[in-house]
Design a binder for this molecule. Structure first.
Ligand SMILES: *[C@@H]1O[C@H](CO)[C@@H](O)[C@H](O)[C@H]1NC(C)=O
Length: 185
């Protein structure tokens, strides 16, 4: 069962490597004071990390215009790895991928002191083909994962698996002299 999970993780990362990706690493300021409640009627695209250290969501991103996704329920002081992933079928480039922290003056009755902060990822999907891409929007997966021990948490399983695999091969080789057997086969 466990090994099946490791294989699934490995295969999913191989698939991701075939698709196109763009990534960014960012740190949430230690002083980050999030908006206490989501503003009603706000249909801002968002990804929540409530009670988890990784999340993935697919967005229909309009081509040739600035797209913004709000990251909510981030822990102050945490470092994250965000990855955008789209299929090679859609010939686009992701440009100006960046993040920003902005005070929300609409909360707390418009008081600008101690305004809560909102965290955004911003980027633009630009067509890179001729003739021009005819679709008005392309699906893009955005995954966000916390970085622990210098490695994004969604890669931990893969790295543990590969370490174990190398260990098993190493031990098997010592006991059975695999190399000599193959050489003399
Ligand atoms: C996007 O995410 C979905 C759901 O996890 C997955 O099935 C799909 O293969 C992903 N697409 C890309 C391009 O990674």
């Amino acid at each position: 069962m466990r090994i099946a999970v490791f294989f699934a993780a490995l295969i999913s990362h191989i698939c991701l490597a075939i698709a196109n990706t763009e990534s960014i690493v960012f740190k949430v300021p230690d002083t980050f004071l999030p908006v206490p409640l989501l503003i009603a009627g706000d249909n801002q695209a968002s990804i929540s990390l409530r009670g988890t250290n990784r999340a993935l969501k697919t967005f229909d991103v309009p081509v040739d215009s600035q797209f913004e996704v709000e990251l909510v329920d981030l822990s102050p002081g945490d470092t994250f790895f965000a990855k955008l992933c789209w299929t090679a079928i859609d010939p686009i480039d992701i440009t100006s991928l960046s993040y920003s922290v902005r005070p929300d003056y609409t909360a707390r009755d418009g008081h600008w002191q101690d305004a809560p902060l909102r965290f955004f990822l911003t980027f633009k999907a630009e067509p890179n083909s001729y003739p021009h891409l005819s679709k008005p929007s392309v699906p893009i997966n955005i995954s966000v994962s916390a970085i622990r021990m210098g490695i994004p948490v969604d890669l931990h399983a893969t790295i543990i698996f590969m370490t174990l695999l190398i260990g098993v091969i190493f031990i098997a080789n010592r006991h059975h002299k695999l190399y000599d057997r193959f050489k003399n086969a």
